[in-house]
Design a protein around this ligand. Structure first.
Ligand SMILES: Cc1ncc(COP(=O)(O)O)c(C=O)c1O
Length: 597
C-alpha cells in the first residue's frame, strides 16, 4: 500500500533553484528613485492645476511608494509565490479547514462579466440575473440542509454563528425572555464559545463522553429554562458524528431551548443526512469549506445561516423575495433536488417565493435598531428599488427583489448582500456535481479520512475509536514519550513536501494531530502522505533530533513562535539599507508621470 521513503533524506533528482538569490528583500528595499513600471502617454487633454482643483487635499510630496521596474515587480512576486505551499501544489491536510481543491470552472464562472461586475446599487429590475444566482443557491442550500429559509449575508463561519445566535436570542426575546446561557460541548470549534459570549450569553461547558459524543444524561441535567440553545459542531472537531442528535434535539425542545448546529463540517454530510431532518433549528454553512470556495489566504469566506420557518421573521435585512400573486404557505419549503442519476440541481421545478414574509407572527419587540432609512421606509437610500422602479410592489410577478420592510429582523450583519463572488463559485460547484456528485464527494471525503486512519493507527495513538467521518484525530502520546511533540512531527512533514496537519487542536485531545484529507486527494497522494507519516514515526524512534529540529528544507528553519506571537513586527520601517528616499518633492511640470497617492 505505502511507498517506501528513505530516511533521513530522500534521494531525488533535485530541483532547479528559482533564483540565485535565495533571499528576497522587500519591494521597499529594492526601490530606486525614478524607476517606473509604466509610462503614461503625453497629456492629450487640457492640463488642470491640481492645487486649484484639490485645495488642501493636494499633496506636495510623493507618497512613500516603492519605485521599481515592471520586470523587477513581476520577478519579486513570482519568486515569492514559489515559497508558498498551496492546494495547487499538493495535499493540504489541515484538519477542521477542509482544504479541498477549488475547481477552475468556479473561477471561470465567477469571472463572467455580467456576474463579476454586477453592482450592488443596480436596481433590482436590472439585476435579475445575479438575483437568480442568489435565489438558486439559496434553494440548493435549503434542500441540502433540510431547513426552511436561509440568509447568505454572513461573511464567514464565525460570522454565521453570530447571526444564528442573534436569531436564537431574538426568538427567545419574542417569547418574553432571552434566556441566560448557551451549552457548548468541549469538542466544539473554538469560535462557538466566542460567539455565545459576544451575543451576551454565558457559556456552559458540556463534557464529551468516552466516544466523543454528548452524554445525554449530563445534557438532561444541564438544560433548564435559562438555556437558550446548545451549539453543536456536527460532525465534531474530532470527526465524530453525533448519532444521538435527534434525542439531543428532543431534550432541548422539551425545555424550550433551541439546537444550533455548527455546520462547517457539512463536507461529511452533504447528500447523506440533512440537519433539518434531525431536529436542528438553526445552523451555518462554510461555503469556503464545504462548497469549494477559496480560503486560507485565497479569498473571502461565506457563512450562510439556514433556519426553521419560525425564525424567519428575524432574518437579517434585506431578504430576497420573489414577487408573486399567490403566497401559498405550502410554497415556503424549497422544492426537492431529485436524486435520479444524471439530474442536476438546475433541473428544478419552477420555484416558489424564496421566503414568505407574512407568517402571521404576533408583533415582537424589535431586537436591533435598524437604520433610520429602514425605519422611515426610505428604501432607495439603501440601494433598494423604490416604488416606481417597477419591482417593489409586485407589479412584476416572478421577479426577485429585496425586502427591507422586516420589523422583527435582527438587522443587517453585512454591507449589501454577502460575498457574492463566493455564491457564484459555490453554485458552480453544486451544479457541476449535481445531487449524485455531491453525495459521492461526501463518501470520498469520509473514505479518504478512514484510509489514512487505517494506514497510521498502528503507529500513532487514536484516542477516540468511534468511526471517523471527514477527519481523523491522533495524539502524539507515543512520540511524546520519546520527547517528540505533535508540532515537531508537523514541521518534519514540511520536509516531505506536505503542508502540516492541524497541531494541538481540538483541545480535548492532548497533543492532537488533526488530519483532514478531503475528497480531492488521489490514492497515490494519500499513500505518499501515509508513507511520510510512517517514515517520521520511525525517525522519532531512530533519530529524534532530526524531527525536533525540522524543518530542514525550508528557507528558514524553526522560528521563535513565542517571540512572533508576543512581539510581532507588523510594520516595515525604513532602515539605513533601504534605498527609498522620503519624502521627495514632486518633480515640477510632469504631473502625468506621477504615481497617485
Ligand atoms: C467547525 C468550524 N466551525 C466554525 C469555523 C469558523 O469558520 P470561519 O473561519 O470561516 O470563521 C470553522 C473554521 O474552520 C470550523 O471548522
Amino acid at each position: 500500500m505505502t511507498q517506501q521513503i528513505e530516511t533521513p533524506v530522500r534521494k531525488t533528482l533535485g530541483k532547479v533553484r528559482p533564483h540565485q538569490t535565495q533571499n528576497e528583500s522587500l519591494v521597499f528595499e529594492k526601490s530606486s528613485p525614478g524607476k517606473r513600471a509604466y509610462k503614461m502617454p503625453p497629456l492629450d487633454v487640457p492640463a488642470v492645476d491640481p492645487a486649484a482643483l484639490l485645495g488642501a487635499a493636494h499633496r506636495t510630496t510623493l507618497a512613500e511608494l516603492p519605485e521599481l521596474s515592471e520586470i523587477e515587480i513581476i520577478r519579486h512576486f513570482t519568486r515569492l509565490s514559489t515559497w508558498n505551499y498551496a492546494i495547487d501544489l499538493g495535499m493540504y491536510p489541515l484538519g477542521s479547514c477542509t482544504m479541498k481543491y477549488n475547481p477552475r470552472v468556479n473561477e471561470l464562472v465567477a469571472r463572467i462579466e455580467g456576474l463579476a461586475e454586477a453592482h450592488p446599487y443596480r436596481p433590482d429590475s436590472r439585476a435579475q440575473g445575479i438575483l437568480e444566482v442568489f435565489d438558486l443557491l439559496q434553494r440548493c442550500l435549503i434542500e441540502i440542509t433540510g431547513m426552511d429559509v436561509i440568509t447568505l449575508q454572513p461573511a464567514a463561519g464565525a460570522h454565521g454563528e453570530f447571526t444564528g445566535i442573534l436569531l436564537v436570542r431574538a426568538w427567545h426575546e419574542s417569547q418574553g425572555n432571552p434566556r441566560r446561557k448557551i451549552l457548548i460541548p468541549d469538542s466544539a470549534h473554538g469560535t462557538n464559545p466566542a460567539t455565545a459570549a459576544i451575543c451576551g450569553y454565558q457559556v456552559e461547558n458540556l463534557k464529551s463522553n468516552a466516544e466523543g459524543g454528548i452524554d445525554l444524561e449530563a445534557l438532561t441535567r444541564q438544560v433548564d429554562e435559562e438555556t437558550a440553545a446548545l451549539m453543536l459542531t456536527n460532525p465534531s472537531t474530532i470527526g465524530v458524528f453525533e448519532s444521538q442528535i435527534h434525542k439531543i434535539a428532543e431534550i432541548l425542545h422539551a425545555k424550550g431551548a433551541l439546537l444550533y448546529m455548527d455546520g462547517a463540517n457539512m463536507n461529511a454530510l452533504v447528500g447523506k443526512a440533512r440537519p433539518g431532518d434531525f431536529g436542528v433549528d438553526v445552523m451555518h454553512l462554510n461555503l469556503h469549506k464545504t462548497f469549494s470556495t477559496p480560503h486560507g489566504g485565497g479569498g473571502p469566506g461565506s457563512g450562510p445561516v439556514a433556519c426553521k420557518a419560525f425564525l424567519e421573521p428575524f432574518l437579517p435585512t434585506p431578504v430576497l423575495v420573489r414577487n408573486s400573486a399567490a403566497n401559498d404557505p405550502q410554497s415556503l419549503r424549497a422544492p426537492s433536488l431529485r436524486v435520479l442519476s444524471g439530474e442536476r440541481a438546475g433541473d428544478l421545478e419552477p420555484h416558489p417565493p424564496s421566503v414568505r414574509t407574512d407568517l402571521g407572527f404576533p408583533s415582537f419587540p424589535r431586537v436591533v435598531e435598524e437604520k433610520a432609512a429602514e425605519r422611515t421606509g426610505d428604501y432607495e437610500s439603501l440601494g433598494a428599488p423604490g416604488p416606481d422602479s417597477g419591482t417593489w410592489d409586485s407589479k412584476n410577478p416572478g421577479q426577485l427583489t429585496w425586502d427591507y420592510n422586516r420589523p422583527h429582523s435582527v438587522g443587517r450583519v453585512r454591507a449589501f448582500y454577502g460575498n457574492t463572488g463566493m455564491f457564484i463559485r459555490a453554485l458552480a460547484y453544486i451544479l457541476a456535481n449535481g445531487p449524485d456528485g455531491l453525495r459521492q464527494t461526501t463518501e470520498d471525503a469520509v473514505l479518504n479520512a478512514n484510509y489514512i486512519r487505517h494506514g497510521l493507527e498502528d503507529l500513532y495513538e487514536l484516542p477516540y475509536k468511534t468511526a471517523s467521518m471527514h477527519e481523523v484525530v491522533f495524539s502524539d502520546k507515543r512520540q511524546a514519550a520519546l520527547g517528540v511533540k505533535t508540532g515537531d512531527i508537523a514541521k518534519r512533514l514540511i520536509d516531505y513536501g506536505f503542508h502540516p496537519y492541524t497541531v494541538s487542536f481540538p483541545l480535548i485531545v492532548h497533543g492532537a494531530l488533526m488530519i483532514e484529507p478531503t475528497e480531492s486527494e488521489s490514492l497515490e497522494e494519500l499513500d505518499l502522505f501515509i508513507a511520510a507519516m510512517r517514515s517520521i514515526a520511525k525517525e522519532v524512534e531512530d533519530t529524534p533530533e532530526l524531527v525536533k529540529t525540522a524543518p530542514h528544507s525550508t528557507r528558514v528553519s524553526r522560528l521563535d513562535e513565542v517571540q512572533a506571537a508576543r512581539k510581532p513586527i507588523l510594520r516595515w520601517k525604513p532602515t539605513e539599507a533601504a534605498t527609498i528616499k522620503s519624502p521627495q518633492p514632486l518633480p515640477a511640470g510632469a504631473p502625468e508621470n506621477l504615481p497617485t497617492a
